[in-house]
Design a protein around this ligand. Structure first.
Ligand SMILES: [Mg+2]
Length: 269
């Protein structure tokens, strides 16, 4: 009887796993969380709080500190690279969120693409000075972004307008078939020694954070405790990201279901 139950429960678990895998694949995320209502507080925080600005400077000050710790003989080898994400790490896109709120619209791929095609991003505070300093030292910058490869051209206009280094197609590794950045990181690692990674989403650093539950995202973060502020430099983003998808376990939910889940996740006292 016990064995029968064991077989039955294993089968149920396997079916649940298959169901969830299917959901996960179907929810392959773009930069913003698809069909999501952008809410006013995080956008206002990014655009008006001096605290957001200070956090960005803090991140890039740490990055500069680590840059200056790299021994000269390592830099002389000429094969050092920094991998950085773009959106909400180097480029500020809060304007598209603000515009959608003003127009009472949801974020969609079409809205996002319209925004990136306009090449109107500004630089995150501290980003430009840091990347220019790294480049001056002889370190190569790679922009590993989940913007579509089709948007490389319009993004390069942004990068060039802002005066960012290595602003050419060879240094822009955008999303072609998978949102995971691991393959792109490994491609760079074949030729370069990656000394630092920068991002606002933990998937910008390592694949151990991808498509994990909230609890497992915490565990994976704790496992890398020593690297935050050292090899891994994190920028703040309260508007969107994997953390939002994790709320709903990467599954499609209606607005009402989402609201219910959000309330259930709140920890009171
Ligand atoms: Mg980003």
């Amino acid at each position: 009887m016990k064995t029968k139950f064991k077989i039955y429960s294993t089968a149920v678990l396997f079916m649940l796993f298959l169901f969830n895998s299917k959901e996960i694949i179907a929810q392959e995320s773009t930069i913003y969380n698809k069909e999501s209502q952008v809410t006013i507080f995080p956008v206002l925080w990014q655009q008006t709080s001096a605290e957001y600005r200070a956090l960005c400077y803090q991140a890039f000050n740490f990055a500069t500190l680590r840059l200056n710790e790299i021994p000269k003989k390592e830099i002389k080898k000429g094969n050092l690279a920094i991998i950085t994400d773009l959106d909400e790490t180097i480029l500020d896109n809060s304007y598209v969120g603000a515009q959608l709120i003003k127009e009472n619209k949801q974020m969609t791929d079409a809205e996002w693409n319209r925004w990136t095609a306009a090449s109107k991003s500004t630089a995150v505070p501290g980003a430009l000075a840091f990347l220019q300093e790294a480049s001056k030292k002889g370190i190569t910058i790679f922009y590993v972004s989940n913007r579509d490869t089709a948007s490389v051209k319009s993004t390069l206009i942004d990068l060039k307008n802002l005066g960012l280094p290595n602003a050419d197609a060879q240094h822009c590794l955008f999303k072609s078939n998978t949102s995971s950045k691991e393959v792109r990181r490994l491609t760079i690692a074949k030729e370069y020694n990656i000394v630092m990674l920068l991002g606002d989403n933990l998937n910008d650093f390592k694949d151990t954070f991808e498509k994990k539950t909230i609890a497992n995202r915490f565990l994976a973060t704790d496992a890398e405790q020593e690297l935050w502020g050292k090899k891994f430099i994190v920028l703040p983003n309260a508007t969107y990201g994997e953390w939002v998808s994790a709320l709903y376990n990467y599954e499609h939910k209606t607005d009402d279901e989402k609201e219910k889940i959000r309330r259930e996740l709140l920890k009171g006292y």
